[in-house]
Design a protein around this ligand. Structure first.
Ligand SMILES: CC(C)(COP(=O)(O)OP(=O)(O)OC[C@H]1O[C@@H](n2cnc3c(N)ncnc32)[C@H](O)[C@@H]1OP(=O)(O)O)[C@@H](O)C(=O)NCCC(=O)NCCS
Length: 141
């Protein structure tokens, strides 16, 4: 377990953003730095994790009306720092910020590791909910 510092801040350099998004293989974001920077800046809440040297090692952001819905987007951690509790700390920060908001929602890849990660933070897959839910998406090219 390495030390890291969380900050609620949108002040992240484009270079740091592109490096982190590229590290997790999200090339669509990394190949369009201007859009990435605007997406981060226009998010409702951004939380970053930095190592002791100040290097960006994780980021999560949320889109919310601060009343009824909080959408968690782009939770990512430098692969060199996986399983050190950084991802959970980022999600916990968002859940604490939006504790008063009843619906927290996210979409993620269909991988067992993702399910385990989000379940460890209290999320339930939509189709496993007590009164079953459906999730519908439209994703452009
Ligand atoms: C998903 C991701 C954010 C998890 O971040 P992380 O910092 O490694 O996660 P944590 O160390 O906080 O893990 C918390 C718990 O989640 C579970 N978990 C996390 N990753 C897991 C994996 N690959 N397999 C199984 N369980 C996992 C474990 O229960 C873990 O606790 P433990 O290590 O004490 O067993 C990280 O793997 C990542 O950035 N992946 C690429 C980007 C991505 O796909 N993001 C999610 C979609 S938005």
């Amino acid at each position: 377990m390495s030390a890291f510092v969380l900050s609620v801040s949108k002040q992240v350099s484009v270079t740091d953003l592109v490096r982190l998004y590229a590290q997790v293989g999200w090339s669509a974001y990394a190949s369009d730095p201007d859009s990435l920077a605007r997406a981060v800046h226009q998010s409702s809440h951004v939380v970053t994790a930095r190592d002791v040297a100040g290097e960006l090692v994780g980021l999560a952001r949320a889109i919310s009306d601060d009343i009824s819905i909080c959408y968690l987007q782009d939770i990512l951690v430098d692969p060199g720092h996986h399983r050190e509790g950084i991802g959970k700390a980022l999600v916990d920060n968002i859940l604490e910020r939006y504790v008063h908001v009843r619906q927290k929602v996210l979409l993620t890849d269909d991988e067992s590791g993702q399910r385990a990660f989000y379940e460890s933070s209290g999320f339930i897959e939509a189709h496993d909910f007590d009164s079953p839910l459906r999730a519908f998406v439209q994703i452009g090219s």
